[in-house]
Write a protein that binds this ligand. Sequence first.
Ligand SMILES: [Zn+2]
Length: 482
Amino acid sequence: MASSLFIANGRLVRADAGDALTPGGVLVDGDVIAMVALTPDEQAAARARSGEVVDAAGAIVMPGLVNAHYHSYSTLLKGTQNGLPLEPWALYTVAYGKVLGDEAIRLAVLLGAAEMLRNGVTACVDHFPHTRWVESALAAHEASGMRVAFAPFMQDVLDHEFLEIALPPAIRATLDAAPRTDAAEAERMYRELVRRWHGRAGRITLALGPNAFQRCSPRLVATWRRLGDELRLPVHTHLVETWAQAARGRAVWPGGTVAEMARRGLLNERLSLAHGIWLESDEHELLARHGVTIVHNPASNLMLGSGRLALPTLIERAVPLALGTDSSNTGGRHSLFEVMRLALMLPRPETPDPRSWPGANRVLGMATTGGARALGLAGALGRIERGQRADLVLLDPRTAALAGAPTTVPHLVQHASAEAVTAVMVNGTWVLRDGRILAFDEGAVIERVLGVTTELLAQARAGVELAEAAAPYFLTRETPAV
Ligand SMILES: [Zn+2]
């Protein structure tokens, strides 16, 4: 079989092998793992079946990492406002986002893909605000070689309305003029995108991307529920990222935001929620019962001062979990190695019993099988096992950061970074090898980004002035100590 490839002499990261890595090889046939070859007999059989043998020469072979909360447009917004809490910060990202356009979105998607592939990230959930540029974004995702669940926003309630922020009339009038999703139009868009893009290249999934429950009117929520149920799409949205959002949710809906989402029939296994920092105990229970995934974004949450997810509690309650990097202009790097380390470390100071600290295997599971669930690929992606989609990352253990005692999963999670990533395969196709991205011309993308970004962001001047005028009014709410 010419299309099959045997990656021989690897050290495999296998979910059922505990902390140890397993010497062996992986036979990839088409877009799936056809065989995991551990014994000499199995390896001989895999070689015999393969059209091509790649000698991994002791490289670590791990499942591709899934960035389960990400906004591609933000990769062009590095260096913009990142010194404020979420609500005032959002005014700036909206201002800059508005000026991008189709070509900039194409560049943003590919630039983000380059950064992620170099960090061993093979798939992302792209939570995408600018519905007028969805075609360029999707075309760029297809060209990137990555796997994506693409979740265009819907939103028709603005933060100052939900949070009842008192604003001078002129500022309010300008903010009120922002575009809002029309439910009927959104429905047309999703149906059309699903028809044209869902399943394209075996890598693209359409998802519904309401910005947040509280940012959708009852009419839009009804569209969300109906379309999600009918088309069986993954749904991705933000949830109680700040204390103000959670407090207001508890004030307007009995039991808070999650209880209201449950009453509207929105909680199910297709739903993933970014953040969830300010959830309360009864809400954890509801999410666990419905199999809803929480996507933990520790770097973003720290940078915006939003708070810290109660990770050990969520683990104890068996809430499905994934990891995300969020925006370049919040969390910074799109490195799940960094995010995994933060997820490991952050709970420790406030969790006296070390047996409740999340372990390396747990956080790696969040970044692989947990993320697969958010993509709508639960059970089909995230493990090195026969029948799984072939999204694989090879890491060189002979790098300064990784070299040491025999590598284990804790060793890998603690020390791996982009410098160790030598090859990346998505859906059975190499997209990065020997340190070079094969799927697209990374150098040309970077040159073009450097050529256009400064001028592009300068076009946001009027929007940024509005953000500067409005931001102080969005700063009035305090976050209590965790
Ligand atoms: Zn986000």
